[in-house]
Design a protein around this ligand. Structure first.
Ligand SMILES: Cc1cc2nc3c(=O)[nH]c(=O)nc-3n(C[C@H](O)[C@H](O)[C@H](O)COP(=O)(O)O)c2cc1C
Ligand SMILES: C=C(O[C@@H]1CC(C(=O)O)=C[C@@H](OP(=O)(O)O)[C@H]1O)C(=O)O
Length: 360
């Protein structure tokens, strides 16, 4: 229960942060997709811990091993299993909170649900699990590359520092040129200094990742329940520390009049387009062929390097002191996770659409 994502192109992940390994099984990936191991490794490198001083200092190379489903560098249509071994666990850092609950992490809720908890590094609730999603997302991206569908995510806000530009005004690949993953180098530097300052204060800060999906054909999605934006929302809200999701005009759109908000249709060389894109590329749960764009809000990291008042398993007052290696801000490393989850949704919906009238 609760550990399968996707309908046709589906994944299930396994593993804990301080266990032997984490990994993913992908079901439903079509046969014949070229698998570029170097690309999967590059994607994992974008997410891995220990990238810079503004990320957790845990050192994991996140070397991926392909156990099944790939032969002579092509998918075989059978389950693909990918494994990443944990190498740099420092579990002693967690002994002192084995019986205590960190405020706003998953300790209390996990313990309540299962009655047993691998407290080492947050166990199953650690964002370490997202490495497995990024590996699977890389395979989805490789499949979608064949259809000309691309993914760009970037950091658009850290704390109160906001990048005041729409994605259409930015050179999106430039986000990969700095440690924050913000495409405006000047704002990126300000964000970097801000995160570093917060880190020195032994505190943490939240942020926003903007996602952009380009090249999606019109016709992907469902008119009810499994609407394309609903699935994207679920995908994003399933990422650790996510507090909000909006697509297209989002919450800002409520301030507009219908006459301003409506996206006027026109055709160019027989292709249907819209003059504006407040819809965010989705209308009535189905893609309309325009860019899909959305924002994902991440909270400040729960584990702070300070003493915090809490309780133990017996409900007694307890002090939780911050230890271990933690991110002062998750958004720089969340960028590839947002892209991976987007790719998994689009891959799945593209395969579902094969059963519809739309021809690809
Ligand atoms: C890339 C990434 C890195 C994270 N790093 C940390 C971390 O170092 N320490 C921590 O306490 N939480 C971290 N988190 C968040 C926790 O995993 C998350 O808060 C926890 O699982 C509780 O879930 P919730 O915040 O979604 O309710 C990270 C999240 C992401 C996406
Ligand atoms: C190890 C990674 O990030 C971790 C995410 C995380 C958390 O609570 O989410 C807590 C920290 O590690 P641990 O699980 O040892 O407490 C981070 O270092 C990773 O992303 O690979």
């Amino acid at each position: 229960m609760g550990n399968i994502f996707g309908k046709i192109f589906s994944i299930t992940t396994f593993g804990e942060s301080h266990g032997a390994a984490i990994g993913v099984t992908i079901n439903g990936c079509p046969a014949g997709i070229p698998v570029d191991l170097e690309f999967i490794q590059q994607e994992l490198a974008r997410r891995k811990p220990g990238q810079s001083k503004i990320t957790t200092q845990r050192k994991e190379e996140d070397q991926v091993e392909i156990l099944s489903g790939v032969f002579e560098d092509k998918t075989t249509g059978t389950p693909i299993a990918l494994l990443i071994r944990n190498k740099d666990q420092k579990s002693k850092d967690y002994s002192h909170i084995a019986d205590k609950f960190r405020p706003s992490h998953a300790d209390y809720t996990y313990e309540t649900k299962y009655g047993i908890r691998d407290y080492r590094g947050g166990g199953r609730s650690s964002a370490r699990e997202t490495a497995a999603r990024v590996a699977a997302g890389a395979i989805a991206k490789l499949m979608l590359k064949e259809f000309g569908i691309t993914f760009h995510a970037y950091v658009s806000q850290v704390g109160t520092l906001k990048l005041d530009k729409h994605y259409t005004e930015l050179d999106l690949p430039k986000a990969e040129e700095n440690a924050v993953r913000c495409p405006d180098q000047e704002v990126a530097q300000q964000m970097f200094d801000y995160i570093d300052d917060i880190r020195k204060q032994q505190d943490t800060v939240g942020g926003v990742v903007t996602g952009v999906i380009q090249g999606v054909p019109a016709g992907l999605g469902e008119p009810a329940f499994d609407k394309l934006h609903a699935e994207l929302g679920k995908a994003m809200l399933s990422i650790n520390a996510v507090k909000g999701f909006e697509y297209g005009s989002g919450f800002e759109g409520v301030q507009m009049k219908g006459s301003e908000h409506n996206d006027a249709f026109y055709t160019e060389d027989g292709v249907v387009k819209t003059k504006t894109n407040h819809s965010g590329g989705i209308q009535g749960g189905i893609s309309n062929g325009q860019d899909i764009y959305f924002n994902v809000a991440f909270k400040p990291v729960a584990t702070i390097m300070q003493d915090q008042a809490s309780i133990d398993k017996d409900g007694n007052k307890a002090v939780v002191s911050g230890k271990g290696r933690h991110d002062p801000c998750v958004v720089p490393r969340a960028v590839p996770i947002v892209e991976a989850m987007s790719a998994l949704v689009i891959a799945d919906y593209l395969l579902i659409a094969r059963t519809n009238k739309v021809k690809f």
